[in-house]
Design a protein around this ligand. Sequence first.
Ligand SMILES: N[C@H](CCC[C@H](N)C(=O)O)C(=O)O
Length: 289
Amino acid sequence: MNLRFTKMQGAGNDFCVIDATQHALTLSPAQLQRLGDRRFGVGCDQILVIESSRAPGVDFRYRIFNGSSGAEVEHCGNGARCFVRYVNEKGLSAKRSITVETVNKRLELHLRDDGRVSVDMGAPIFELARVPFNAEGLSPRLQGGFELWPLADLGVEVAVLSMGNPHAVMLVDDVDQSPVAQLGPQVETHARFPRKVNVGFLQIVSRSAVRLRVFERDAGETLACGTGACAAVVAGMRLGLLDAAVEVQTRGGDLKIEWAGAGASSAALDAPVIMTGPAQTVFEGEISL
Ligand SMILES: N[C@H](CCC[C@H](N)C(=O)O)C(=O)O
């Protein structure tokens, strides 16, 4: 099969975007891994497939596959920004705000006049069983009313939440000195995360600025992770360390995260997380799979 794709990136997190709005498309895990393969394929962190949708109020279906495994996942924040940029550039919709659905979330995507893209990433999920995280037999340390769970075998404690996909966030003094390559995969595949987990290394710079590195589930360390930025900032807010609008410095670029649940009572914890950042088309291509 000859497959046309558009290579895109958002804060350095890179994607192969496949337009399946005109024809149904099923890609095997091997074909997806070929697209993700940086040596013998196209090379990307994730593959994003755009499908039409007949669901009321939904403009498109948004499917996400990790490039290294071909596994379908629930959410991709940097990809969502590229999605609306693609839809606008290709004329698939005249609207600058679109609604898309993933396997388990509906997202509102907005192409701003300044060229950046804002995404309503939905509300964070704190119920451990929905992350999922198995806390059986563990006693958390409480900070600001939020739990930090010990992974004693690794000598770390993690904040645990979901943005639709699972995240574990560790507080570190200096992201540049953090053992991301060693500790990332150990937390990613820890037995207490039955669906594995994306691992955030969060350095607090001020109450409105952080530095972040993320070892992504099934992808390794990426230059940026949108859902990881949302999860890390929400964790920092709930730990009482961050205010309601935070600039996130990643290795691939800067993202802005806003959440009305910061410092709020439990009533506002279901407020949506808003992420703003860049999205760029890099090149068009075709590959024989
Ligand atoms: N590796 C992630 C999916 C991509 C997330 C990331 N690229 C983002 O921008 O949110 C997972 O397995 O849940």
